[in-house]
Design a binder for this molecule. Structure first.
Ligand SMILES: [Zn+2]
Length: 204
């Protein structure tokens, strides 16, 4: 999967607030698989790829908005922007379904912390999730995932989600689920097989 990504989606000085993979810390009572990287920091986030179309979805009941950026082979989801702070061009594209060009401004990255207003969040960050179709898994991605691929968290996942979850992943040829994760918990799951990739392997 040779994604052409914009190298400065986040400006220097931004920080990872939550990494990709198993996350027992953010919601201690509800450990989860974090299928994204959370970044916070100064400046404006720019469209990191050539998006053929985009979809803006306003805050849900928990205060999470989504900008979905579609490209051939997958999509990038950017969560937690505030509608009134979006770049007017990005908002217009997301509302009409139009595409966005590599480097187009989207909106401010925010500063820190949780953005889920209903849960008392006081800051913002951008939750950046890369979702690919299985056919996009190729040698390029294998090489990018590299050593991350080989960290085995299957014991954690088995304890949390049960053996059928692990067995299903193995059936689909997914070796270790901290590197990419089947779409079982995807709120936009449409029946098609997809998997999550750590956006960091593309420099996002
Ligand atoms: Zn997140």
């Amino acid at each position: 999967m040779k994604l052409n990504v914009y190298p400065t989606i986040f400006l220097p000085g931004s920080q990872v607030t939550t990494g990709f993979g198993w996350d027992p810390y953010t919601f201690p009572s509800r450990p989860r698989i974090h299928t994204a990287i959370d970044r916070a920091g100064p400046g404006v986030v720019r469209c990191p790829l050539e998006a053929e179309r985009s979809v803006w979805i306003d805050d849900d009941a928990e205060g999470c908005s989504v900008l979905r950026l579609f490209f051939s082979g997958g999509e990038l989801r950017l969560l937690h922007f505030i509608r009134g702070e979006l770049d007017s061009g990005a908002l217009a594209a997301g509302l009409s379904g139009a595409g966005l060009a590599l480097g187009d401004p989207i909106g401010p990255a925010g500063n820190h912390g949780l953005s889920v207003k209903a849960k008392g969040g006081t800051g913002r960050h951008v939750h950046c999730s890369l979702v690919l179709e299985p056919g996009q898994y190729d040698g390029d991605l294998e090489a990018r995932i590299g050593s991350i691929w080989h960290n085995d968290y299957s014991t954690d996942y088995r304890a949390r989600y049960g053996q059928p979850f692990v067995a299903q992943a193995k059936q689909r040829g997914i070796k270790w689920m901290n590197a990419h994760i089947i779409a079982r918990f995807d709120p936009y799951y449409n029946g098609a097989l997809r998997f999550y990739v750590n956006p960091a392997v593309y420099g996002l």
